[in-house]
Design a protein around this ligand. Sequence first.
Ligand code: DQA
Length: 150
Amino acid sequence: MKKVMVINGPNLNLLGLREPDQYGHDTLDTVETLCMQAGDKLGVAVECRQSNHEGVLIDWIHEAGREVAAGAMLGVVMNPGAYTHTSVALHDAIKGASVPLIELHISNVHARESFRHHSFISPAARGIIVGLGVKGYAIAIDALVQVTSK
Ligand code: DQA
């Protein structure tokens, strides 16, 4: 069974507590359960990770790239959190590792502050899901499976 890696970046461990008007009331645990259930339906194994540290996220993207190259993984669904708007290093990691990656945001970043309108991740992403709440994770996993299926 092929794998999908779901990576959540900084502050997403606070889901459920953090700005519920933007991000809803579901916790990260609930979101990860939703992701596993989406994987079960699609016949892929979903592995969920979260870190607040840019270098750790980069290492995981490199790891995913190796697994994709080995034919064991389809790619990554990633919510890069605020690193979306700051991290050239994550952009370079996604390109460098040649990993198919769906960028995901729970909130509609384009309807928020202007500093959230630019993404360093989008030019390196295979596709983008924005503003659909936590349901977006299941949609992103489905999309990744569809665009990477041969
Ligand atoms: C976010 C949007 C980012 O602007 C923000 O920094 C986050 C979460 C989202 O899921 O809507 O941490 O990626």
